[in-house]
Design a protein around this ligand. Structure first.
Ligand code: SAH
Ligand code: SF4
Length: 426
């Protein structure tokens, strides 16, 4: 989401600035921040200290902070980080030119107003960091779920969907420019909803319309909340081969007691029923997840429930975190962060080790299969090899031959690691 936001910001500022790779040449440096976990914030603090040194050498350099952290701790940041000239929250990017103007007059200012309408739907993002093949399209903003550990509803505000006409036009225009994959983004894409006068458009309808642009345009999406991944969407996915059979379905914990405390709305049994349905309708579908280790009051049994859940689903991939308290959330107010740091780390390590094993098992099952890979670039390890992903979102590496970036290749898998499939084109 932050990459998509940075592309919107680049577009808003394109009449005034061009993008440079060189820190030394920069007249303006913007840091786009995330507050979801404490370590993300600590990294930004470190970066700000490094930039303060740069600012001492270049007095006219302006430094601005964007995104969730701006929203969460603006006063504290302006007080503590003297190198900052301005701060902008995720719904206030249109005010950037004004804030930069003030900053150039040495007036430190901020705009962190949250909006119930802003979706930046009229702004065509500048794809400055893109590989020219895959692009993100933000289809909604904010979140209404209030999971007890999570700061997102406070930093990004209420859920709002973007006009489907502008989303489809953006996807069409990307396809015409040569892009071959779009990832539809939102905190909770499955609750996408747009009410036309006579008709309601939900996420399944939107995905279907984008799938019809061209069979050569791949569609991915993230993130899905288990509470509203519908059978209708699964059937649409089965109907269009260009909608990738890959679902990121964060479970967070395998224990019903923890899920309740996390305010995740579903139970372990409900989640497993959804997995069963996904595998029934989309037998080749890869499933990835997010897991939090060491949430408040987590017992050894709760932790074991998470491990058994992971085995039962057989996730292809997982993003795994140890719980960090976020000020202002329900968990911070109501529950004690009582799992000692060493135990959080130990449990997280067990979760990571199990996932490594599951990923390797899943990749081994692919040996001998032929998969369609959308080529994204040259392999980091060898310029004689290309890499891309199959519909299941697995990275595949194979000899270059006559292929080029943006092509589709049929690749027979011959070897694997836990993170990569290695093959030969056929
Ligand atoms: N909207 C998405 C994810 C948003 S944040 C969803 O609902 O799944 C991405 C992930 O960060 C979450 O899924 C969760 O696993 C993790 N996360 C959020 N808050 C956290 C916290 N306080 N401590 C540790 N991990 C957290
Ligand atoms: Fe956070 Fe839950 Fe919303 Fe995801 S669904 S952004 S975890 S509150």
């Amino acid at each position: 989401m932050n990459v998509a936001d940075s592309e919107v910001v680049a577009s808003i500022l394109s009449p005034f600035y061009s993008i440079t790779d060189s820190l030394k040449e920069a007249e303006l440096i913007l840091l786009n921040t995330c507050s979801v976990r404490d370590n993300a914030e600590q990294r930004i603090r470190k970066r700000l200290r490094e930039l303060a040194a740069l600012k001492k050498k270049n007095k006219s350099l302006l430094i601005g902070l964007l995104g969730c952290m701006a929203e969460r701790i603006k006063e504290q940041l302006l007080e503590e980080e003297k190198s900052l000239d301005f701060i902008v929250g995720p719904d206030a990017y249109r005010s950037l030119p004004e804030l930069i103007e003030k900053a150039s007059l040495q007036i430190v200012s901020f705009n962190v107003a949250l909006s119930e309408e802003e979706t930046y739907d009229d702004i065509e993002p500048v794809r400055y960091a893109s590989n020219g093949v895959s692009a993100f399209i933000a289809i909604m903003r904010g979140c209404n779920n209030f999971c007890s550990y999570c700061v997102v509803p406070f930093t990004r505000g209420r859920e709002r969907s973007r006009d489907p006409k502008t989303i489809i036009a953006e996807a069409q225009s990307l396809f015409e420019k040569g892009f071959r994959e779009v990832t539809l983004l939102g905190q909770n894409v499955n609750s996408y909803c747009w009410n036309e006068t006579e008709k309601k458009i939900d996420f399944a309808d939107l995905t279907e319309q984008i799938a019809q642009i061209s069979p050569l345009l791949r569609i991915r999406y993230a993130t899905s909340h288990p509470k509203d991944i519908s059978d209708k969407l699964l059937f649409i996915m089965s109907k269009y081969p260009n909608i990738c059979h890959y679902i990121h379905l964060p479970v967070q914990s395998g224990s019903n007691k923890m899920l309740k405390k996390m305010n995740r709305i579903y139970t372990r049994e409900y989640y497993l029923e959804r997995i069963k349905k996904i595998k029934e309708i989309l037998p080749n579908c890869a499933i990835s997840t997010d897991i939090i280790a060491g949430f408040c009051g987590e017992t050894e049994q709760d932790h074991q429930d998470t491990l058994s859940m992971m085995k039962e689903v057989g996730y292809e991939y997982a993003f795994m975190f140890k719980y960090s308290v976020r000020g202002g959330t329900a968990a911070a107010e109501k529950y004690e962060d009582d799992i000692p740091e060493e135990l959080k780390i130990k449990r997280l390590e067990e979760v990571i080790a199990l996932q490594q094993h599951l990923s390797l098992q899943s990749n081994k099952r692919d040996i001998g299969k032929t998969v369609t890979v959308l080529i994204e670039g040259i392999s980091k390890r060898s310029d004689q090899h290309l890499f891309g992903r199959n519909p299941q979102n697995k990275v595949c590496v194979f000899p270059k031959k006559e292929y080029k970036i943006g092509d589709y290749a049929e690749v027979k898998i011959i070897k694997c690691t836990a993170g990569t499939l290695l093959g030969e084109t056929i």
